[in-house]
Design a protein around this ligand. Structure first.
Ligand SMILES: Cc1cc2nc3c(=O)[nH]c(=O)nc-3n(C[C@H](O)[C@H](O)[C@H](O)COP(=O)(O)O)c2cc1C
Length: 171
């Protein structure tokens, strides 16, 4: 008798979430929401050796957006990855730009450098997530910053839904 729902195909993908987040811990909040859904550990780039990443089915790479791209620690990690045969990856970030600027194209543009590095290492990037994050960079601190209280509960729910979609794509 075949018992449905108990085979190895029903196991969640072995997943890992890597994040760099220093400004207000905004992107780490997203990483933890995603990690919770995936049952994945959340690590900083400095906490993982590039060779270890080969053992995962699904890897999320996240960063606050600084000067329109990921932090150098995440970009450098991508450069040091061993060549892969299509390991699935997704990208996530929080940005400080105001809402009227930040559309899907803006999010994907911020992810471009990281996406290209992963693709050069043989990874398949299956999704992008971005949301606003509190930004007090530079002169903004004198005005209370932009996107105060973001990410908020709605952003975290969206991040969880994104994580479920990523899991479904890998299954
Ligand atoms: C040095 C620095 C540069 C930034 N550059 C950008 C930028 O180019 N575009 C943008 O939308 N936000 C920018 N921001 C805002 C951050 O992306 C935003 O606050 C983000 O949520 C920070 O994430 P974190 O708290 O995880 O570090 C910058 C913030 C800092 C501190």
């Amino acid at each position: 008798m075949v018992v449905r729902g108990s085979g190895p195909e029903d196991l969640p993908p072995k997943s890992l979430v890597i994040v760099f987040s220093y400004h207000h811990g905004n992107t780490e909040k997203i990483a933890r929401a995603i990690g919770g859904v995936l049952g994945a550990g959340v690590k900083a780039p400095q906490e993982i050796r590039p060779e270890e990443i080969a053992g995962y089915d699904l890897v999320g790479f996240g960063s606050g957006i600084y000067s329109a791209t990921f932090d150098p620690s995440v970009l450098t990690l991508a450069d040091r990855l061993p060549q892969s045969q299509g390991t699935k990856a997704f990208l996530f970030s929080t940005y400080g730009a105001p809402g009227f600027i930040a559309n899907r194209e803006f999010i994907e543009k911020n992810h471009d450098e990281m996406r290209q590095k992963l693709q050069a290492r043989g990874y398949t990037v299956i999704g992008d997530f971005g949301c606003a994050g509190w930004n007090t960079n530079s002169f903004l601190k004198y005005f209370g910053g932009l996107n105060k209280s973001r990410p908020d509960a709605g952003d975290l729910r969206n991040a969880e839904a994104f994580a479920r979609a990523m899991m479904e794509k890998v299954r």
